[in-house]
Design a protein around this ligand. Structure first.
Ligand SMILES: Cc1cc2nc3c(=O)[nH]c(=O)nc-3n(C[C@H](O)[C@H](O)[C@H](O)COP(=O)(O)OP(=O)(O)OC[C@H]3O[C@@H](n4cnc5c(N)ncnc54)[C@H](O)[C@@H]3O)c2cc1C
Length: 432
C-alpha cells in the first residue's frame, strides 16, 4: 500500500478578518469511514447553515471542508447583509409574476432576519450593525432610485427603505461622487469570518461532526451515496453541496451554471473617530451603482474596509493593496496618505441572470450556489431551505429552484472568453 503523506494544515488567507478572528477552533481531518444521515460538502455559509439546521431537526450530520471553516468567500467578503434578491422586484415580477416575486421578497427578508437570529441565538461576536446605503454614481439614476424606494414602500409595505437626495448623501458619505441613494435600515453588516466561525461553533455544539482539511474527491450517487476524501469516506443517505466559487471539477453537472470570479478588499490602518464619521457618518455599509461595484464599511476597530475591483483569471493581482487602493481613492481622495494594512481576494460564483441556482441532482443530492455577490444572507437562507428540502418539505426550496438558471455559453470549457469580454465591456463603461 502506498502511504499518503499528511496534508499540511490549511490556513486562512492573510486578511484583516483572519487577524481579528475570534478564537479559531481546529477540527480534525477525516480518517477512515463514518456514517451520517447527511454529508454536507463545504464549510461556508451554505454548508454551515445547512448542517446546523439539519442537526437541529435531529439529523446526524457530517460536514467536510477542503480547507478550514470559513476559508472561502464566507470568510473574506464585504460583510453586507442586504435585503431583496440580486434582481430588483420589478424585474422579478416581470419574470415570474407578482405572487412568486412576493415569495422571493419575503424569503429575502427572512434571510436577513435569519442572519440576525443566528447571531443572537448563538451569541456570535461579529460586529453586527444596521443599515446599508446604496449610492448612485450618475444623476440619471435619480428616478430609478426614487421609484424603487416608493415601489417597495407601496407594493411591499416595506418602510425600512427611503430615498436619500444628493445633499444628504454627501453628508452620509464624505465623497462628491454620488447623486442620490436609498437607505435600507433593516439590512445590516458584519464581520464575515467571525459569523462563519460562530456558525461552525454552533454546528459543533449541535452535534455536527466537522472535518477540515478534508477535500472531497468524488462521491457516488444512488440510494446510499459514498463521499470520498483522500483518507476517508462518509456513507450517507443524503448529500448537500455548498462549494460555490470553489466547486472546481467536483460536480460537472452544476459547474456550467456558474462562473467563478475574484473580488478584492482592503483594510486601512485604524482611523480617528472624526475621520470615520466624515467617511460614513452613521456607520452603515455603503455600496455604489457601478457595474464593478465599490462597497465599503467600517470595522469594529475603525478601519475602512473597502471592496473594489475584480478579475476573471485563476490568479489574484500580485500587489492587491495597490490594486484596490486606486478604487478607494476615486471615492475618497482624502485617504491619499492613509496606510493600507491588509488586502486580500476571494472567489465567488455568479450566474448568467445573477439569480442564485438552487436544485437537486437526484432525490437525495441537493445544492445551492451562484449567489452573485449577495451570498451572506442568501447562502445562510439557502442552508435553511436545503434542510427543509432534505426533510421532505421542499415548497420554499422550490420557489428558488424553479427560477430558470441558464448554462454559460460554451459550458465550463469555453465560458471564460465570452464572460471576460462582457465583463470588460461593462467595466469599461464604468470608467467612461
Ligand atoms: C471579496 C468578496 C466580497 C463579497 N462581498 C459580499 C457582501 O458584502 N455581501 C454578500 O452578500 N456577499 C458577498 N460576497 C459573496 C459571498 O461571500 C458568497 O456568496 C458566500 O460567502 C457563499 O457562501 P458559500 O458557503 O456558498 O461558499 P464559500 O464560502 O466560498 O464556501 C465554499 C467552501 O467549499 C469548500 N469546498 C470546495 N470544494 C470542496 C470539496 N471538494 N470538498 C470539501 N470542501 C470543498 C471550500 O474550501 C469553501 O470553504 C462576496 C464575495 C467575495 C469573494
Amino acid at each position: 500500500m502506498t502511504a499518503i503523506a499528511p496534508s499540511p494544515l490549511s490556513r486562512h488567507v492573510d486578511s484583516y478578518y483572519a487577524a481579528s478572528a475570534n478564537a479559531l477552533r481546529d477540527f480534525p481531518a477525516l480518517e477512515g469511514e463514518v456514517d451520517a444521515d447527511v454529508c454536507v460538502i463545504g464549510g461556508g455559509y451554505t454548508g454551515l447553515s445547512s448542517a446546523l439546521h439539519l442537526a437541529e431537526r435531529g439529523y446526524k450530520v457530517v460536514l467536510l471542508e477542503a480547507e478550514r471553516v470559513g476559508w472561502g468567500a464566507s470568510g473574506r467578503n464585504g460583510g453586507h447583509v442586504g435585503t431583496g434578491q440580486r434582481l430588483d422586484q420589478h424585474s422579478l415580477e416581470a419574470k415570474v409574476g407578482r405572487e412568486k416575486a412576493r415569495m422571493m421578497w419575503d424569503l429575502s427578508l427572512e434571510a436577513v432576519q435569519t442572519v440576525k437570529d443566528l447571531i443572537e441565538k448563538h451569541q456570535i461576536q461579529c460586529d453586527l450593525k444596521p443599515g446599508i446605503l446604496h449610492t448612485a454614481h450618475k444623476a440619471s439614476l435619480r428616478d430609478e432610485y426614487l421609484q424603487e424606494a416608493e415601489f417597495l414602500q407601496k407594493n411591499y409595505d416595506y418602510d425600512a427603505i427611503r430615498f436619500v437626495d444628493k445633499d444628504e448623501v454627501r453628508q452620509l458619505v464624505g465623497s462628491d461622487n454620488y447623486h442620490c441613494g436609498t437607505l435600507d435600515s433593516f439590512s445590516c453588516h458584519l464581520h464575515p469570518l467571525n459569523f462563519a466561525l460562530g456558525l461552525g461553533r454552533a454546528c459543533a455544539d449541535a452535534g455536527v461532526r466537522i472535518f477540515e482539511n478534508s477535500r472531497v474527491v468524488n462521491y457516488s450517487d444512488g440510494s446510499n451515496p459514498i463521499v470520498t476524501t483522500a483518507r476517508g469516506r462518509v456513507k450517507a443517505k443524503f448529500v448537500v453541496l455548498g462549494c460555490n466559487g470553489y466547486l472546481g471539477k467536483l460536480e460537472p453537472r452544476m459547474a456550467g451554471k456558474i462562473m467563478p470570479i475574484n473580488n478584492f478588499v482592503l483594510a486601512t490602518e485604524p482611523l480617528s473617530d472624526e475621520l470615520c464619521r466624515e467617511l460614513i457618518r452613521d456607520d452603515t455599509a455603503v455600496a455604489d451603482s457601478l457595474f464593478v461595484i465599490n462597497y465599503w464599511k467600517l470595522s469594529g476597530d475603525n478601519r475602512l474596509l473597502f471592496g473594489g475591483g475584480e478579475n476573471y483569471t485563476s490568479r489574484f493581482p500580485r500587489d492587491m493593496k495597490s490594486f484596490v487602493r486606486k478604487y478607494m481613492l476615486r471615492v475618497y481622495p482624502q485617504l491619499q496618505n492613509t496606510r493600507i494594512d491588509y488586502a486580500w481576494g476571494g472567489t465567488l460564483a455568479i450566474t448568467l441572470n445573477r439569480m442564485p441556482h438552487f436544485g437537486r441532482l437526484s432525490d437525495n443530492v441537493f445544492y445551492a450556489q451562484g449567489y452573485s455577490g449577495h451570498g451572506v444572507p442568501t447562502a445562510t437562507m439557502a442552508g435553511k431551505l436545503l434542510a427543509e428540502a432534505v426533510a421532505g418539505t421542499a415548497e420554499r426550496f422550490d420557489v428558488m429552484a424553479d427560477y430558470p438558471t441558464h448554462t454559460f455559453p460554451g459550458g465550463t470549457l469555453l465560458r471564460w472568453p465570452g464572460l471576460v469580454a462582457g465583463m470588460l465591456y461593462y467595466s469599461l463603461r464604468d470608467k467612461l
